[in-house]
Design a binder for this molecule. Sequence first.
Ligand code: A2P
Length: 345
Amino acid sequence: MRKFNVAVVGATGAVGEELFRVMDAYDFPVENIVPLASARSAGSSIEYKGKEYTVLELTETCFEENNVEIAFFSAGGSISEKFAQYAVKAGAVVIDNTSHFRMQDNVPLVIPEVNPEDIASWKETGIIANPNCSTIQMVLSLKPLDELYGIKRVDVSTYQAVSGAGKAGMEELVTQMQDFFAFKLNDSAKEAFAHQIALNVIPQIDVQQPNDFTKEEMKMVNETQKIMHKEIQVAATCVRVPVLRSHSESITVTFEDGVDVDVAEVRSSLERFENVEVIDDLANNAYPMPIISTDTDITYCGRIRKDIYASNVVHYFNVADQVRVGAATNSVRIALKWIEMEQCD
Ligand code: A2P
């Protein structure tokens, strides 16, 4: 198999560091690694498969100078907005983990298990967008259910880990917990989130939109429809919780009129879907939780139950490591699919 020069923009961040672990686990065909970050961390090093690589400063010319062929971007939307074009000009495919290009019509938005065929249009811009983390784990479970009965509407509440706010988010939760035990919580810094996150839940992720939903909530609406190629109605409530890693989601799915949900069928369709697993044994206290999903590439579903009033409605709980399934792993899976498709061309 041909090997590639791979750049990681945001190599020192939470998702960037995980990308190296996932590439290693998937035995990604790497010729050379080009870790890129801000001038602050240029000169530091990262390790990949026992070899040290020096972190370089992200510049307009760094992609061309290093013959980059695949560029993972995970350093925030404004960095992608400014620098993705230079990677594309250098001939690389950009796999962008930020929201910047996601809803652009000519940019494919891809979950490889759900809509791999959309990767084919990557040549229009040179960019493939990785969906929002909460969207990815939800849609991984919606796809088999839509194939089973046809989905009309989804109501979802999320319980999102602080790692969604990067390393700064995780550090803030840990520091606030330490300060709590030292009786100093009132003086603890509250910068990554609008409020104290330790011992709290915050029903706001990202900024308010004109319709009073937040930007995170509207990402779940718009991205779900784009990936599924279907006008599914989605209402989301996104909540930050004091969990370090792995997002949880309480999901209610309304199927087409006339559907009579069979929970056994729902369970087996989820079980059969790639990279989805069911843990659902309430009598024995078995269900998905962040401590089960963290550091895995699986989206777990459980607590599956039919609505007690409407026969076309099912409820379930969905948990995944959003740094992996919702970011690094999805990006690496996109890149592997892209390689497979390009080699067939
Ligand atoms: P740096 O470590 O140099 O600040 P996280 O999501 O965990 O907060 O990580 C953000 C990532 O984005 C880090 O790797 C960070 O690098 C990188 N980054 C932030 N600002 C820039 C920038 N202006 N140019 C390049 N990389 C940046």
